[in-house]
Design a protein around this ligand. Structure first.
Ligand code: HEC
Length: 141
């Protein structure tokens, strides 16, 4: 006995489900390659040099205090969203910035740290998308 074709209503439902899944997958954001900087109102390109420099500065400068068990809460890039990092650097309302600790660095260096944190932020990349993974090697890990 030949197999009966699937009822058209079921087929339509399956097709719709497939389309929805596809839309959901492609709606997830890939890593950003540029950043709108609200402080200066300019677009910054997130280059390899920028990001690596930002990573180093973040580790050498910010992590001095923001370590586990240190005087300030531990910070890692995924601690905040992209928008939150931008806000922190644009408004500089966090304790250390208000006390002038950040004045040791130039505006350009702080922008570079902002670039790095933005690029690695909580909502900046999708761990389920392999094309987002390769920037791990970008920084020389
Ligand atoms: C000299 C030590 C020091 C350095 C360097 C430093 N911070 Fe801080 N930071 C602090 C302290 C102390 C606080 C206040 C912690 C608290 O509220 O308990 C703070 C607070 C913060 C907060 C708010 C934390 C929270 O969870 O409320 C953020 C975000 C932050 N710093 C980011 C940075 C970044 C980014 C850098 C590098 C550009 C940096 N800090 C460099 C000492 C430092």
């Amino acid at each position: 006995m030949p197999r009966r074709p699937l009822p058209p209503r079921l087929l339509r439902a399956l097709l719709l489900l497939g389309l929805l899944l596809l839309a959901a997958i492609s709606a997830v954001q890939a890593r950003p390659f540029e950043r709108y900087d609200p402080r200066t109102g300019t677009m910054r390109e997130l280059t390899f040099v920028n990001l690596r420099q930002g990573m180093k500065l973040f580790r050498e400068f910010c992590r001095k205090c923001h370590t586990r068990g240190g005087e300030a809460p531990f910070l890692y890039p995924e601690s905040r969203t992209m928008a939150a990092w931008n806000r922190i650097f644009a408004e500089r309302q966090v304790d250390c910035a208000k006390k002038g600790v950040w004045n040791e660095l130039t505006a350009e260096q702080l922008d570079t740290i902002n670039d790095y944190l933005y690029h690695e932020a909580y909502d900046a990349w999708n761990p389920h998308n392999p094309s987002d993974w390769d920037s791990w090697s970008l920084y020389g890990w």
